[in-house]
Design a protein around this ligand. Structure first.
Ligand SMILES: Nc1ncnc2c1ncn2[C@@H]1O[C@H](COP(=O)(O)OP(=O)(O)OP(=O)(O)O)[C@@H](O)[C@H]1O
Length: 247
C-alpha cells in the first residue's frame, strides 16, 4: 500500500520555454504529490511534458511559476548552489543511457555522488562496492562501462543513484536503451532496490510494461495531469487488466 506521507509536492507548476510567438507551454498547471516509499510512473504522449515535470520536481529545471515542496521547503525558491547541494544529497538519478563515465571502473562510477559530497575515496568506494553487490554485481567493481552489458551498466547507474541514500530516485526512460527482457530485469531491480532503501521512485516512461512495475501511474497530456491509476497489488507488477487499459 502507498504510504500517505507526502515527500515531494508540485503546486500549480508551469513551464514556458521561449517567449511570444515561439513560446511552448510545456507545463500548464501541474499539481501532483510523490509519497514516501511509492513508485510513481509518469506516462503520456511525446511532448506532453513528462521530462519537464521530472526536471522541475528534481530541481534541474526552474519552473516559470509554481512551487516544488521538498520536506517543507520550496526548492524553486532556493539559490542555485543550495539546490545543487540538495540534488546531490537527497535525490538520485537514472537516465536512459550514457550516464556513466567510460574511463572509470564500476565502483568509482557508483561512488561518484559520495566523493562529490566530500566523502574520502576509500569509504565511498567501500559503500559503492556493497551497493553493487546487493544489485547482483559482486566481483565487477573494476569493470569499465564498455566491458559490461547494457543491463549491467544500468545496474551500476542504479547503484550510483542509491549510494547516497536519497529520498527520491528520478528515472527518465531507464530501460529505453535495453531489450525487453533486460528492461524487465532492470525495472525489477530498480523498484525493489528503491523500496529496500526507503526511497520514492519517479519514472518517466512511454512503456506500459515499465509503468506496470510502479505502485501508481499518472498520465500527462498537453502539460497537465490527465489521469491516475493505482496498481492493484504493490508486490507484483500491475495486473494484465491495467496493462490492457494502458495500451
Ligand atoms: N529546452 C527546451 N527548449 C524549448 N522547448 C522545449 C525544451 N524542452 C522541452 N521543450 C518542449 O516542451 C514540450 C514538452 O517537452 P518534454 O520533453 O517535457 O515532453 P515529454 O513528454 O517528456 O516528451 P518525450 O516523450 O518526447 O520525451 C515539448 O513541446 C518540447 O518540444
Amino acid at each position: 500500500m502507498q504510504t500517505a506521507q507526502p515527500v515531494l509536492t508540485a503546486r500549480a507548476l508551469t513551464k514556458v520555454y521561449g517567449s511570444d510567438a515561439t513560446a511552448t507551454h510545456a507545463l500548464a498547471g501541474v499539481d501532483t504529490t510523490v509519497f514516501a516509499g511509492e513508485s510513481l510512473a509518469v506516462m503520456g504522449p511525446s511532448g506532453s511534458g513528462k521530462t519537464t515535470l521530472l526536471h522541475c520536481l528534481a530541481g534541474i529545471v526552474r519552473p516559470t511559476s509554481g512551487a516544488v515542496m521538498w520536506r517543507g521547503t520550496d526548492i524553486v525558491a532556493m539559490r542555485d548552489a543550495q539546490r545543487t547541494a540538495l540534488r546531490r544529497t537527497d535525490f538520485g538519478f537514472v537516465f536512459q543511457s550514457g550516464q556513466l563515465l567510460p574511463e572509470l571502473p564500476a565502483v568509482e562510477n557508483a561512488a561518484l555522488p559520495l566523493m562529490l559530497a566530500g566523502m574520502p575515496r576509500a569509504e565511498a568506494t567501500a559503500r559503492a562496492s556493497d551497493v553493487l553487490a546487493r544489485l547482483g554485481l559482486a566481483g565487477m567493481d573494476d569493470r569499465r562501462p564498455g566491458e559490461m552489458s547494457g543491463g549491467q551498466a544500468q545496474r551500476v547507474a542504479i547503484a550510483r543513484a542509491l549510494v547516497g541514500s536519497p529520498g527520491v530516485v528520478f528515472a527518465d526512460e531507464p530501460t529505453g536503451a535495453l531489450d525487453q527482457s533486460t528492461g524487465t530485469e532492470v525495472m525489477s531491480i530498480l523498484t525493489s532496490a528503491a523500496e529496500a532503501a526507503g526511497a520514492a521512485l519517479v519514472v518517466v516512461t512511454h512503456d506500459p510494461g515499465v509503468a506496470r512495475w510502479c505502485s501508481r501511474t499518472i498520465t500527462m497530456r498537453d502539460g497537465r495531469v490527465s489521469g491516475e491509476f493505482l496498481a492493484p497489488d504493490r508486490s507484483t507488477p500491475a495486473s494484465a487488466a491495467q496493462t490492457e487499459d494502458a495500451r
